[in-house]
Design a protein around this ligand. Structure first.
Ligand code: DMJ
Length: 663
């Protein structure tokens, strides 16, 4: 029989190796052995589920997580390297570490632990995402109770800041003893085409919100392709609900009342910033959270928003404890430790520390607490008194010494909204803050002289300066807000500079539209260049992405309001169609990896600013001028509308003197 079944002789270097058994098994014997092994395996696996570790958890991943937690409890040093001494930190900016956590933990350990935890949470998050439970019944959590809200803004008369519409506030919450209410509805002047466009943008907002609600509720952002939370957003993996807070006022303005109410209730019950044990950007937290909450407070009078705005701002205050009063970039609300970004060395960023003024000033006015105003007045004082190279402001400044870092100047990334806030601080103050306006005009004249370029094809753009020279013929998408900014500066100025500002506003907005028009998707790239034949086109792959950014649409909106040129509305509608075609997916809206592909791949991130800004500006572009008139409201850099002092009955100042200033 031995010769009938195949034998498997092994060879090493051509030499036969003796088998453990010289005899092969028969087929029946093989089946028997396999069956015995299988039975043993099944019994062994079954027994595992009776172990306590498995009984107490729902999944293998939970078990791994539990084991991790036990190891972590056993001592952080098991998982983390020991903290570096302060003189060993390499490129970690020593000057940025101002304080250890209250519990005495070294911030390095806290940060590393958080990062590791975030990574584990992220891995876990990939698997477990449960559909949240909602009670869509009207909120009863407020002591003042809900009131009737407009069901469909399209069926209602124009926005009115008057007592007649007081019961129509979506939150249903009135400021006690006040007759100041917002009614958010669309203008009666809208024609069918306008209504269709408004309704389209409103549906986009609903799609973005509903999917966030379904897949990432309470987390910061949504990954619309993977249909799960985006745990590595700028606010991290925690439960800060950035999309909720950022999107709330847009919901309100669109009359999406049920959605607004559920977001408002989440804020009231779940937004607890002091629990957040991760590093937050002082700037991003201010413009998205403090700004978003204050806009909701102004619009509704619901004191939950004011109180939460103050709670968030209070958590940021320790970052301002520096020799100059210029804040550090990052703060951990739980440990109160502040530091700088690794890539910025010891420096803070101009656009970040210069973009707190509107929110902090208004917060002081509505709370009656001067502490916030004092922080931004100190920043202003430093920047007013400092020597400025050519009347412009470099992007990096050291908060310990008050000295500039690299002499890199930009109206795009790292510089942009500092300039925007000089103009807007003046507007918001009812034009009382003349220092801000003077600083703005001086800087803009220098920028127009040194940074404004015209391409061979006649396109105007704003290039960055390095040590006084333009080194790259390139403009960031981020700079595309400048069209709107110059237009706003023009119509609020009564001298010859006004004409120049408006001319530049038209030209810059046109260039930004060109960058959209030249892309196959009709959506603009992150940065575009003007060298060679291809003008207003990205060249490097990291410039070809589209991140759902708002700046170009912000300029379309402001230009439309101030000039009434139809092309701005037309360009906005082109953008709506392009977003619907390329960015809309089942699970929300995604950014794009390459705008020059006909069928581009998504980046799988629905940015919170898409709800806060992009959709809001597109909606306002088609709405009547009576919805947030520009002489009553000023938009913070995240598109959250804040009332203008002395011109807006919704200013809601705490002290009676300031209140009396409001008409
Ligand atoms: C937003 O957070 C703000 O507009 C900020 O000023 C710049 N970046 C994003 C949007 O692009």
């Amino acid at each position: 029989m031995t010769g009938i079944l195949p034998s498997y002789q092994r060879f090493v270097n051509g030499v036969p190796v003796p088998s453990i058994s010289r005899r092969s098994f028969r087929l029946r014997e093989k089946y028997l052995i396999v069956s015995v092994l299988l039975t043993f395996g099944i019994v062994w696996l079954g027994a595992l589920f009776y172990l306590p570790e498995f009984r107490s958890s729902n999944s293998v991943n939970d078990s791994v997580y539990n084991v991790y937690k036990r190891i972590q409890k056993a001592g952080p040093e098991l998982l983390m390297p020991p903290p570096l001494a302060q003189n060993e930190v390499g490129d970690f900016p020593v000057v940025g570490i101002v304080r250890h956590g209250e519990n005495g933990d070294d911030p390095h350990i806290v940060q590393d632990r958080n990062r590791l935890k975030a990574k584990i949470d992220e891995d876990m998050g990939m698997k477990v995402l449960e559909r949240p439970q909602f009670d869509l019944a009207p909120s009863v959590s407020s002591s003042r109770g809900p009131s009737k809200a407009p069901v469909n803004a399209l069926e209602e008369p124009a926005v009115a800041n008057n007592a007649a519409g007081k019961d129509a506030s979506p939150s249903g919450l009135k400021e006690e003893g006040s007759d100041k209410y917002a009614v958010v509805v669309m203008g009666p002047g809208a024609d069918e085409d306008q209504k269709h466009k408004l309704e389209t943008v409103k549906q986009m907002m609903r799609h973005a919100w509903n999917n966030y609600k379904l897949y990432a509720w309470g987390k910061n952002e949504l990954k619309p392709i993977s249909k799960r939370a985006h745990l590595s957003s700028i606010f991290g993996a925690g439960d800060l609900g950035a999309t909720i807070v950022d999107g709330l006022d847009t919901l309100y303005l669109m009359g999406l009342n049920d959605e607004f109410r559920e977001g408002r209730d989440w804020v009231a019950e779940h937004l607890h910033i002091t629990d957040v044990d991760t590093e937050l950007s002082v700037f991003e937290t201010t413009i998205r959270f403090v700004g978003g909450l204050l806009a909701c407070y102004a619009l509704t009078g619901d004191t939950v928003f004011k109180d939460k705005a103050a709670e968030v701002a209070d958590a940021l205050l320790p970052a301002f404890d520096t020799p100059t009063g210029l804040p550090y970039s990052l703060i951990n609300p739980a440990t109160k430790a502040s530091r700088q970004y690794h890539w910025a060395g010891p420096n803070s960023i101009l656009s970040e520390l210069g973009t707190l003024h509107l929110e902090f000033t208004y917060l002081s006015d509505v709370t009656g607490r001067d502490v916030y105003r004092k922080k931004v007045e100190k920043i202003r004082e430093v920047l007013y008194n400092i020597e400025k190279p050519g009347d412009l402001y470099p992007n990096f400044i050291n908060p310990r010494t008050g000295q500039w870092g690299q002499r890199h100047i930009s109206l795009g990334a790292l510089g942009d909204s500092f300039y925007e806030y000089l103009l807007k601080a003046w507007l918001q103050s009812g034009r009382a803050d003349e220092q801000a306006r003077a600083m703005f005009d001086a800087a803009m004249q220098a920028a127009l002289d040194k940074m404004l370029r015209v391409s061979p094809g006649g396109l105007a753009y704003l290039a960055d300066l390095k040590y006084g020279r333009v080194v790259e013929e390139k403009m960031d998408h981020l700079s595309c807000f400048a069209g709107g900014m110059f237009a706003l500066a023009s119509t609020t100025l009564d001298n010859s500079l006004a004409e120049r500002y408006m001319d530049v506003a038209h030209k810059l907005t046109n260039t930004c539209h060109e960058s959209y028009d030249k892309a196959d998707t009709k959506l603009g790239p992150e940065a575009f260049r003007f060298s060679g034949a291809a003008e207003a086109r990205a060249q490097k792959s990291n410039e070809k992405v589209h991140l759902l950014r708002p700046e170009t649409f912000e300029s379309y909106f402001i230009m439309w309001r101030l000039t009434k040129q139809q092309r701005y509305r037309d360009w906005g509608w082109e953008a709506v169609q392009a977003l619907e075609k390329h960015c809309r997916v089942d699970g929300g809206y995604t950014g794009l990896v390459n705008v020059y592909h006909k069928n581009p791949q998504g980046d799988d991130v629905q940015q919170s600013f898409f709800l806060a800004e992009t959709l809001k500006y597109l909606y306002l572009l088609f709405a009547d001028d009576t919805l947030l008139p520009l002489d009553e409201w000023v938009f913070n850099t995240e598109a959250h509308p804040l009332p203008i002092r002395g011109n807006n009955p919704l200013y809601r100042a705490a002290d009676s003197a300031a209140d009396n200033n409001a008409i």
